[in-house]
Design a protein around this ligand. Structure first.
Ligand code: ATP
Ligand code: MG
Ligand code: MG
Length: 569
């Protein structure tokens, strides 16, 4: 069994169960469908789904769709895809909009209790009346409207009689509160906007805190886990839950029964944890959306994007992401995680999980003149140096090979271990070769090397143990398959692309070298990979067969991560 982790949220859950405050645990993951999920959401998903599972509870997926102007069914579908890809499944799929009728009835209840009023101040006036951190706010002149007038106006808001922004429903709490969120916050606003789930049924929409707290209470959520920016909203969250008191007012949830939705009243408890921040990237849906809309990347699934769709296409695995967030754990302290920590986790995951293949990305022809024309043989290679369960494969070997241009130096720098004119090098798994001749074209460019294979150095022979300095990889020119290889790197070239100093924005810090495409050669057993299969291309890095574009007869590979960290060196 996996050891139960220790952190402050798990401790609270454990205590609540032990003390009998809760009989069972229920959480929810509540993304707004206004964009695609990103790496940061992995922390919330791992927390919400992970904690529920560890304590024998369940987790709902709730689309927090109270802001119709920016929401779209495309995002609703993508979010479900991404959560499943990470390996989680939800108990119920819900939309905050499933509860619009309940929220509306709860609004009428608050009015009747004298806890809410319809306010005619404009947005600008509301800001003026709100006060500041150091100055209390002032009561709205509409605060003392009668219950009858408030009810009449709220019903007419709902009927669509007033234009956008003309009125709001506000909670009647305390304009003198030190917590600005409690200064008579808006609960409802007028917006004549078509909603992705409810169409044109509603001209008014509930505000986030109101909708979120009551949705939690309707679903029977016990622990409402969210990020730190909601800490100051917690008193309002509790206010909404307590004042509406769904558990004792079944008439408010009658609309759910009509829709066949369950009602499991709870007194949910909000607990906040810090957001996951990673340098060399941006992680807000708004900024990611801008990158897509301004064509600075090739869409949400561009492999350079920190969206889950993007890093999935880049070759990140659910295992690596979950290992990453679980190692970081949960805390109340905001911090910035170095991008290399994420990359190292992927290296660790793929080192264990990815079979090895040979590929040459910057090809130089190497002809073994002592092999007969048309010579062909198969060499047996293990697929993983540390794990025999990966099995073996045959690699074709012949007279003409591709090797990396970088593995040959006419004038070797100090400490050079690879091929030089007249020197020996070991060809991975094939024997020791010597370079006898360098062929150039009319411009003096090196176009081919010629050399000889030491026949006594073949694998298994006594001469195979002869000491040579270096080992290089290769593919058989006649058998290798041409492949498009996309070499991805970090999307931003500075650690803090969000730093808006000098009037620059993250757009100005895009890494111009974040993608280069090369035509390389891969061994046949790489070409036949299924899309999304990961490999280590020996001596080069980890690569994945592109999810969209890869085909066995037209291979396309994405570099997921280099073998070693080249940034912090
Ligand atoms: P963004 O600013 O990117 O739009 P958001 O918080 O508005 O983020 P939501 O779709 O509302 O995005 O997020 C759903 C859940 O995921 C929330 O509980 C939110 O707190 C959590 N979440 C979002 N970003 C992060 C992050 N970087 N680290 C941890 N949790 C996050
Ligand atoms: Mg949000
Ligand atoms: Mg947001």
């Amino acid at each position: 069994a996996t050891p139960v982790r220790q952190d402050f949220i798990r401790q609270i859950v454990r205590d609540d169960l032990a003390a009998g405050r809760q009989q069972a645990i229920k959480t929810r993951f509540p993304p707004e469908p206004n964009g695609y999920l990103h790496i940061g959401h992995t922390r919330a998903i791992w927390t919400d789904f992970g904690i529920a599972a560890e304590f024998g509870g369940v987790c709902n997926l709730r689309l927090d769709d109270t802001n119709p102007a920016k929401e779209d069914p495309e995002y609703v579908a993508a979010i479900q895809d991404d959560v499943r890809w990470l390996g989680y499944d939800w108990h119920d799929l819900r939309h905050a909009s499933d509860y619009f009728d309940v929220l509306y009835l709860a609004g009428e209840k608050l009015i009747k209790q004298g806890d809410a009023f319809v306010c005619d101040l404009t947005a600008e006036q509301v800001r003026e009346y709100r006060g500041t951190l150091t100055e209390p706010g002032r009561n709205s002149p509409y605060r003392d409207r009668s219950v009858e007038e408030n009810l009449d106006l709220f019903r007419r808001m709902r009927a669509g009689e007033f234009p956008d922004g003309a009125r709001t429903l506000r909670a009647k709490i305390d304009m003198g509160s030190g917590n600005i969120n409690l200064r008579d916050p808006a609960l409802y606003r007028i917006k004549h906007v078509t909603h992705q789930n409810t169409g044109d049924a509603w001209p008014i929409y509930p505000m986030y805190d109101y909708a979120h707290s009551l949705s939690d209470a309707v679903e029977g959520i016990t622990h409402s886990l969210c990020t730190l920016e909601f800490e100051d909203h917690r008193p309002l969250y509790d206010w909404c839950v307590d004042k509406v008191d769904l558990a004792h007012h079944p008439e408010l949830v009658a609309p759910l029964q009509a829709k066949g939705l369950p009602f499991e009243a709870s007194k949910p408890r909000q607990i906040e944890f810090s957001r996951l921040n990673i340098n060399y990237t941006v992680m807000s849906k708004r900024k990611l959306m801008a990158l897509v809309q301004e064509n600075l990347v090739d869409g949400w699934d561009d492999p350079r994007m920190p969206s889950l769709q993007g890093i999935r296409r880049r070759g990140y695995t659910p295992g690596a992401l979950k290992l990453f967030v679980s190692r970081l754990g949960l805390s109340k302290q905001n911090s910035m995680i170095d991008f290399s920590v994420l990359e190292n986790t992927l290296r660790e995951d793929l080192d264990a999980a990815a079979p090895r293949r040979m590929a040459v990305l910057s090809p130089l022809k190497f002809v073994l003149t002592n092999l007969p024309e048309g010579h062909e043989e198969s060499l047996r290679f293990s697929n993983h140096p540390k794990d025999a369960s990966f099995g073996e494969r045959d690699i074709p070997f012949s007279r003409e090979l591709w090797i990396e241009r970088d593995d040959f130096a006419e004038v070797p720098p100090k400490g050079w271990k690879r091929l030089v004119p007249g020197g020996d090098v070991r060809l991975r798994g094939a024997g020791i070769v010597r370079c006898d001749e360098v062929i150039r074209d009319a411009n003096g460019e090196i176009v081919e090397l010629r050399g000889t294979l030491d026949p006594e150095s073949r694998p298994g022979m006594a001469g195979a143990d002869r000491k040579v300095k270096g080992t290089i990889h290769w593919v058989s020119a006649q058998h290798a398959v041409p492949a498009e290889v996309r070499l991805y790197d970090r999307l931003f070239s500075v650690a803090d692309p969000d730093d808006d100093a000098d009037g620059k924005t993250y757009r100005d810090h895009l890494n111009p070298a974040s993608r280069t495409t090369v035509q390389g050669w891969v061994e046949p057993a790489a070409a036949t990979a299924a899309p999304e299969q990961s490999f280590q291309f020996e001596r080069i890095g980890y690569f994945v067969a592109d999810r969209k574009d890869h085909r066995a007869d037209k291979p396309v590979f994405n570099r997921s991560v280099t073998l070693r960290d080249t940034w912090s060196a």
